[in-house]
Design a protein. Structure first.
Length: 90
């Protein structure tokens, strides 16, 4: 997987602003790793299943995730960020 560009949904930006500073900093570090090597093992990247097929998850830490999808031009859209409950609001 080659990362061409990352876009951020309005929802993602709003959720990000509400997170604790340490989680925001960790998310930024994970994004940097993702841009350099999207298959890095620390990201624990995986595709979701069922109704969420085509949507992917990056682990920020044990409790927090970034949810994203790839669009047809190869760009990535970060859709949502938060604890495990974010899956309920996709």
């Amino acid at each position: 997987m080659i990362i061409k560009d990352i876009e951020y949904s309005t929802k993602f930006v709003k959720q990000l602003k509400k997170l604790p500073r340490n989680i925001i900093n960790s998310a930024k570090k994970k994004e940097k790793i993702f841009k350099q090597n999207p298959l890095h093992s620390s990201l624990r990247i995986h595709e979701l299943h069922g109704d969420f097929k085509g949507v992917w998850s990056i682990s920020i830490n044990k409790n927090y995730r970034i949810i994203f999808e790839r669009v047809s031009n190869g760009d990535i859209v970060f859709m949502s960020i938060g604890n495990h409950d974010i899956y309920k609001n996709l």
